[in-house]
Design a protein around this ligand. Sequence first.
Ligand code: ZN
Length: 389
Amino acid sequence: MTSKTLRKTIGYSLMVFLIFLIISGLSYYIITIIQKKNNLMDIGEYSPKSTLVVNENKVYKSKFPFIDVHSHHWDMPIQDLSKLVSEMDSLNMAYLINLSGSGLATFFGKQDLMEKNLTSSIKNVKENFPKRFGVFFNINFNRIDDEDFKGNTTLLINDAVKQGAIGLKVYKNLGLNLRDSKGKRVPVDDERLSFIWEECAKLNIPVLIHSGEPKAFFDPIDKFNERWLHAREKPNSFRSSDQYPPFEKVMLEQYNMFRKHPKTMFINAHFGWYANDLKKLSKILDELKNVNVEFGAVINELGRQPRAAKNFFIKYQDRILFGKDIYKKDEYYIYFRVLETSDEYIQYYRKRHGLWRLYGMGLPDVVLKKIYHENALKMFPSIDRSLFN
Ligand SMILES: [Zn+2]
C-alpha cells in the first residue's frame, strides 16, 4: 500500500467514525425527547414522593434491649469492635451474633483458614467485648465424601464449641450449589450430614440454617415477577430451573431434615422464605416443634400484611427471634418501627425487595420482649442476663 492510499484509508475510516458518532448522539437526543414527551421512564427511576399525611413515629432505638441472631462480620478477626459497640449501644442492641465465624474461607473450602478465622474472631471478642458478641462456626461441606469426614468434622464441632462458639450456621449453598465428589447436588436432608445435626443436639447448640431463596427467584424473570427489579440489579441471585431444583423441593428437603432430627434446635433463617405465606409457615411450625424462625431480610414481607403478621407473632411469640442479616445501622430503624408502632405507609429502604410501603404491627410489650431477647436468652445460656435488666 502506498502512503497516499494509506492516508486515504485513514481519512475514510475517520469520516465513517465521525458519522457514526453524530448519528449515535442524535439518536440519543431524539430518544430522550420522545421519552420526555411521552412521560416514559425506567421503573428503577420512579421514586414518587408520598403526599399522604399521617402520624409518623420514627424509632431509632428499640423499646427493649435486643439480640440480633443473624449478622455477618467477615473481618471480625481484625475488626475494631469498639466502633461497632457504640453503634449497637445507640440502637439498644445488647448482643450481636456473627454467623460467619469461620469467615469467607468457608466458601472456598479452605479448612486451615476457616479454623484460624474462628479462633481469631473468638479471641478478638474475648479480649475486647466478651459480653456483647456471640460467634457461630461454619462447616466445610466440600469434604463430604472424604473418608475421615465424619471423624474430622465431629472433632471440629467439639473444638469450636470448646473455644466458645455458640452455634452452627449453614449457608444456602447446601441444597443449591453444593456438589459431592460425583458431581451430584447435595440435598439439605443428605444422610451423610446427619451426624452433624445430631452432634449439635448433643452439645446443646442451635443450628441456624438458610435454605433456598425467595420463591420469586425461582420463577421466570418477566413482568409478573415481583422481584423483577432484583433480577436486574442482581441477576446471579436468581435460580433458573435448568440449573437448580425447584423452590418447593429444597424446602421439602429442609423440612425432612428438621423432622429427622427432633432433638436438634433449628433456627430457620428469613422466616424460612415463607414470610409471604404465613399460613404455610404456621403449618410447618405446628408440625415441627424443634424449629424456630428469625426475620432477617423479610421485614418488607411482614410490613405489607401487618394484621396477619401481628396474629402470627402473637401465636408464635415463643419461637420468633430478632434477625437482620446485613449489618447497616439505619436499616434497623425500619425493623423497630414495623414491630413497635402502628404507623402507616412506611417507606422501606431497598427497592429491589419490593416497591410497596410497610405498616406497623404494633406488637404488645410482652411479645416484643420475647422476640427482642427473651427467646434468644433461652437458647443461648452463655449470654449475660444483666444486659437486659
Ligand atoms: Zn445471612
